[in-house]
Design a binder for this molecule. Structure first.
Ligand code: NAP
Length: 247
């Protein structure tokens, strides 16, 4: 059993990109990390080794497809069994791609809802008892497009909208023991496919701060909501350079 005083965070989809930066930020602040991956096992192992080199037994690697709902409680119980507690669940994993009308299948729907809405709910439900004990936190990573349409992405924005409402709803249901908040990022890292956004410069032109954000902007806000915001619950913080101010 590890040191029971250091807090523990379970972060989904955390091997790469924004999730990995959140993990590094939390770890640097003293959190022990349950690092969930699906396909990015090699990157997850490299990140685990990096963190373990900094502090022994500070990172547990968990693997699984979040579409496997029956397996979700196991991610939580393995974290609690290993570290002895759970202080934060960060629902970061997300599928993101267009679903134009006329071309969208039930499989697209199921896939987009699995990572963006269904798994966060069932993970939260499984984590609630341990989070109540630690007076912990759930943090959902939504999107500014949870509150406005994004052309050709109807199913994705519906799923993120569900995650946003889950944030508000669970904040009431789990109070006063567990706080539940969300971060709604704007343009931070472009999708790797490069296909989803035809015109990245147009997006930046519509952003008052005139640039894309950085994963560190999300990670710093995550740490704030987890560690430094004991009177904030049911809140969605837009980290978007002001993008959501512009229609
Ligand atoms: N990047 C942005 O500019 C931006 C903008 C708005 C909102 N966001 C939100 O911020 C968060 C992080 O963004 P990101 O761009 O870093 O995310 P990302 O790279 O698109 O996805 C993060 C991880 O999600 C995991 N994932 C997807 N479907 C999964 C499934 N069914 N089961 C398990 N894992 C699954 C993948 O893990 P594996 O690689 O291990 O398979 C992937 O690496 C996401 O919630 C995203 O919606 C990002």
């Amino acid at each position: 059993m590890s040191n029971p005083i250091e807090p523990v965070a379970l972060v989904t989809g955390a091997a790469r990109r924004v999730g990995a930066v959140i993990v590094r930020q939390l770890h640097a602040a003293g959190y022990r990390i349950a690092l969930h991956v699906r396909h990015s096992r090699a990157e997850g192992e490299a990140l685990q080794a990096e963190l373990q080199a900094l502090r022994a037994d500070s990172c547990l690697l968990l693997e699984g497809d979040l579409a496997d709902t029956a397996a979700l409680p196991d991610l939580v119980s393995r974290t609690v069994d290993h570290f002895g507690r759970l202080d934060a669940l960060v629902n970061n994993a997300s599928a993101f791609y267009p679903t134009p009308i006329g071309e969208t299948t039930e499989q697209h729907w199921d896939d987009l809802f699995a990572s963006n809405a269904k798994a966060p709910f069932f993970l939260a439900q499984a984590a609630a008892p341990a989070l109540r004990l630690s007076r912990g936190v759930i943090l959902n990573i939504t999107d500014i497009y949870a509150e406005r349409p994004l052309r050709n992405h109807c199913v994705y924005v519906m799923a993120k909208s569900a995650l946003r409402m889950m944030t508000l709803s669970l904040a009431r249901e789990l109070a006063p023991d567990v706080r539940v908040n969300a971060i709604a990022p704007g343009a931070i890292l472009w999708p790797e496919s490069g296909k989803a956004y035809a015109d990245q410069q147009t997006l930046i032109d519509k952003t008052p701060l005139q640039r894309a954000g950085e994963p560190e902007d999300i990670a710093r806000t995550a740490l704030f909501l987890l560690r430094d915001a004991p009177y904030i619950t049911g809140e969605v913080i837009h980290v978007d350079g002001g993008r959501s101010l512009i229609i």
